[in-house]
Design a binder for this molecule. Structure first.
Ligand code: ATP
Ligand code: ZN
Length: 224
């Protein structure tokens, strides 16, 4: 990889990828995105894109492997808490809050459950992909629970009998409803953010960032 080019990690495919590509295009970055590629080079600016799973993006930025990354605050905050718990460095800065990727991390239970507030979950099993964010919330409420870690299909856990509740991302609520669940507590609200590594940047990379930021600002203002 050419060390002089600004490296930006974005989600390869998923809910953030289209918006990220649109954002870069809107900034005038000409991309040659071929499927299945890890790296894409911009044709008209010294920028290389790393196309990865969203879960890998905070770590790539915190370890200084890439200069910038676009990531949901939910994944970012979960990674920070996990790294801190393991005594690992979790340094980065937020360059810009973006206007897409909005969702919330919520608790949900079966529609026919007798839910009387979060205390009802005392000693219960809660399925989630976000154990640290969940634990922080439950600790703040003084409720003990058992975490069931699932990286997918969280919403089927209650029906499958592996948990009494779930803690999952929600935007419209349609997935919850389709699975016979009802949202009870919002524990974290999230949007996509542009983050920067804490490692010092060369003047030429900084110059590229200084060009991109006002363009992003302009795009977001135009959409308001
Ligand atoms: P990957 O394969 O990259 O790991 P993923 O399945 O973990 O993808 P996506 O479902 O594509 O992730 O979601 C990526 C991010 O999009 C989420 O972490 C969240 O910040 C945001 N998002 C916005 N709306 C939703 C939603 N309704 N459900 C899930 N994520 C959402
Ligand atoms: Zn993911």
């Amino acid at each position: 990889m050419d060390q002089s080019r600004l490296r930006i990690a974005i989600q390869k495919s998923g809910r953030l990828s289209k918006e990220c590509q649109k954002l870069l295009k809107g900034c005038g970055v000409k991309l040659n995105l071929r499927e299945q590629r890890l790296i894409a080079h911009a044709e008209n600016m010294p920028i290389d894109l790393l196309l990865v799973r969203d879960d890998d993006i905070p770590g790539l930025v915190m370890d200084g492997v890439v200069d910038l990354g676009v990531i949901g605050e939910n994944v970012l905050e979960e990674t920070v808490m996990e790294r801190q718990a393991q005594g690992e460095a979790a340094e980065f800065s937020i360059l810009k809050r973006l206007d897409f990727g909005g969702c919330r991390l919520s608790l949900a239970v079966a529609q026919d459950a007798n839910y009387q507030g979060v205390k009802s979950l005392e000693g219960k099993r809660i399925a989630t992909s976000y154990p640290w964010l969940l634990k922080r919330y439950m600790d703040s409420q003084g409720v003990k629970f058992k975490s069931v870690m699932l990286n997918g299909s969280v919403e089927v856990a209650p029906r499958a009998g592996v948990a009494e509740a779930i803690c999952d991302l929600v935007s419209t609520g349609a997935t919850l409803e389709a699975n016979g669940l009802v949202e009870t507590d919002v524990i974290f609200r999230s949007k996509a953010v542009l983050i920067q590594s804490a490692s010092p940047l060369s003047a030429s990379k900084q110059a590229v960032i200084d060009k991109l930021l006002p363009r992003i600002q302009g795009l977001q203002q135009a959409r308001e």
